[in-house]
Design a protein around this ligand. Sequence first.
Ligand SMILES: *[C@@H]1O[C@H](CO)[C@@H](O)[C@H](O)[C@H]1NC(C)=O
Ligand SMILES: *[C@@H]1O[C@H](CO)[C@@H](O)[C@H](O)[C@H]1NC(C)=O
Ligand SMILES: *[C@@H]1O[C@H](CO)[C@@H](O)[C@H](O)[C@H]1NC(C)=O
Ligand SMILES: *[C@@H]1O[C@H](CO)[C@@H](O)[C@H](O)[C@H]1NC(C)=O
Ligand SMILES: *[C@@H]1O[C@H](CO)[C@@H](O)[C@H](O)[C@H]1NC(C)=O
Ligand SMILES: *[C@@H]1O[C@H](CO)[C@@H](O)[C@H](O)[C@H]1NC(C)=O
Ligand SMILES: *[C@@H]1O[C@H](CO)[C@@H](O)[C@H](O)[C@H]1NC(C)=O
Length: 657
Amino acid sequence: MGLLVKAAFVAAAAPFAAAAQVSFQLTGKTLVLDSIPYFVPPSPVSAFEFNTKSSAIVASVAKSFADELIPFSVVFTSALEFSESAFEATVNAWKTQDDVFSDAFLTGVFVTFNGTAHPHVAPSVSLSSTTQKKFGIDFLFLSEIYPGGISLKKSLPSGPFFLKPSTGEIFEAYRLFNDENQAFVYGVIPDGNGGFQELNAHIEGAATSAVAVPSRLYFTPTAEKPLAGKRLGLKDIYDVKGLRTGCGNRAFFQLNPPKNATAPAVQRLLDGGMVLVGKMKTSQFANGETATDDWIDLHAPYNPRGDGYQDASSSSTGPAVGMSSYDFLDHAVGSDTGGSMRGPAGACGLYGNRPSHGAVDLTDVMPLSPEMDTGGVFAKNAKDWAAVGHFWYQNLTSFSKFPKKIIFPVDVFGRSFLTNPPNNGTPDATLNAFIDQLEGFLGTTRTEINVTDLFLHTRPENASAPTLREMLNITYPALISLDQVALVADPFIAAYQATHSGRMPFINPAPLVRWDFGRALPPGQKDKELANKATFMQWFAENVIKNGDPETCSDSIFLYPQSTGEPVPRNQYIGPPGVPSGFSAGRIASFAEVPDMVVPIGEAPFNSTITGETEFLPVTMSFLAAKNCDLMLFNLFASLEDAGILKPVVTGTRLFS
Ligand SMILES: *[C@@H]1O[C@H](CO)[C@@H](O)[C@H](O)[C@H]1NC(C)=O
Ligand SMILES: *[C@@H]1O[C@H](CO)[C@@H](O)[C@H](O)[C@H]1NC(C)=O
Ligand SMILES: *[C@@H]1O[C@H](CO)[C@@H](O)[C@H](O)[C@H]1NC(C)=O
Ligand SMILES: *[C@@H]1O[C@H](CO)[C@@H](O)[C@H](O)[C@H]1NC(C)=O
Ligand SMILES: *[C@@H]1O[C@H](CO)[C@@H](O)[C@H](O)[C@H]1NC(C)=O
Ligand SMILES: *[C@@H]1O[C@H](CO)[C@@H](O)[C@H](O)[C@H]1NC(C)=O
Ligand SMILES: *[C@@H]1O[C@H](CO)[C@@H](O)[C@H](O)[C@H]1NC(C)=O
């Protein structure tokens, strides 16, 4: 109010000087078409070169749209004569391919020819006035190749757009979606400058900000851009030009200005044609947190599986929840240090990977422990997952033959399934049936080993302890806490205190207990733990999974259960977070630097205390292979999908349609 009064006063005194003092930024607008919310970006992508006649037609249509914006579509045809049936086929195809297009965008239609010119036949469009009426077309314009056509200032792809009748400017159409499971920190749109800006849009009745997605029809994959149009959500630890990185901490989000550079890992995906739609929630500083009580600064996203009130695991929680909740999202990128991709993939029933260490450059990504940090991607099916993997992990070699050895660790599964088969209907039976199918596919039978026992008998002489459990007990918590205190916590706290009169920023309990653990460790501990990690890595590569097979990269694949449908209701108090010590199968990939890829294979029933009904949660399997053999695994999963052994997952309560 005060500002308005002052502005009015200044304007009256010196109108031109006042205008220069005001920083004015358009942020786009929202509108609702036939009950569907849309977003119109602030800048046009093209404009019509109107003539007197076309302006008059548009002006008459504009009346019913309050003179603001008219929805219309750009339609390409390569047919010399564009007929009603071809038009109808195009519209029907759009409806199955695109979630942004709707009939409202047929209010205006602009037909443009992209076929081969014929020496004697001029291209023509035969859409009668009856046809136009049938489809609700209020104006039909043809491009300049047709007699009497009009031209565009800049060429456009096909699909839905908005036309501003007063200027002829054309804007892209974004559909707005409600983030009902609170997976996003904020939605984004391109800033027209190689970066992004926070989306300024909200849907009536929604608890949080909306996410905007452009029409899928704008994008056509090419050899250079094989991922064109694939919508991407990004864990909020990766820097993106123009956006803040929050790392799940409100003080950190506020303290640091928008970034001036995009992390190379993200840039690679954007270069491949991916469309960034938003930043997604991470547990704080990518540490392990359990819903709901550990998530103090941000509210934990809602896992849609089962009764909708189960923990979604951490720390790539937002990316996994978004992927399992929303059809509008194709991929989400997270990170994995000690299970941050694999845990959420297991809890939310998704394809999700921890790649070989070093497979992706993590410059401008918040570190937890650079010795173990990796960047992974979620997908809803094995083929899409493989496409991103091959493009993103560009320095790895692809192998399309698969190992003949399946390692089944009895100590991890709890027992031999051969001598002690699981009871029908149990999660173990689901795991076992899947392994049977895998054996059939690879033409082999499983090799049972006991990792704990194998180490007892084959450990190297310089191992610092006789068992894996003792040797590696604090390797993980020591490395993450020592690294993160030095690289993130101390600089953050110092910068915050410098600008907040010495006060401490708020830190969630989980990172705090880990950082305190690291601060209390004696000097030299990091080197000791790095040596333990190196001992394990070398032992594992020599005794368990061997590298260097010329045909299959890895000599074997190693299986273990990632999730077995155990409920972890988010309305239960579990107790304060502790130090993640100990050794388990999930630590193998973190220490041995090998890929660990999670695939959904089934569901397990449970009695929900929330709905009072039988509900289902995901059963997923983890696959390990030798270091840098990730692309072999991606190819294996794509082949298993072709064979019907793996299936695409759908969003919502249940995994499979
Ligand atoms: C013309 O455009 C349509 C729609 O974008 C596309 O499917 C088709 O392949 C294009 N044809 C040619 C010859 O480029
Ligand atoms: C970008 O930000 C970094 C760190 O905040 C700073 O060191 C660098 O000078 C900035 N670069 C440009 C081009 O502004
Ligand atoms: C992959 O190779 C390219 C080209 O040699 C190099 O620039 C890039 O840093 C490498 N990426 C990784 C993650 O090693
Ligand atoms: C694996 O080996 C360890 C050490 O010998 C033993 O204690 C454990 O019972 C074995 N586990 C299984 C499932 O055989
Ligand atoms: C593992 O480390 C934790 C945390 O320091 C400690 O409480 C526990 O006793 C250790 N266990 C073993 C087997 O060394
Ligand atoms: C044991 O030796 C290997 C190399 O031979 C080395 O990489 C590892 O760090 C050593 N482990 C310890 C605990 O000293
Ligand atoms: C659910 O509860 C019923 C009744 O107590 C029990 O018979 C059934 O086994 C339970 N189902 C599961 C999946 O735990």
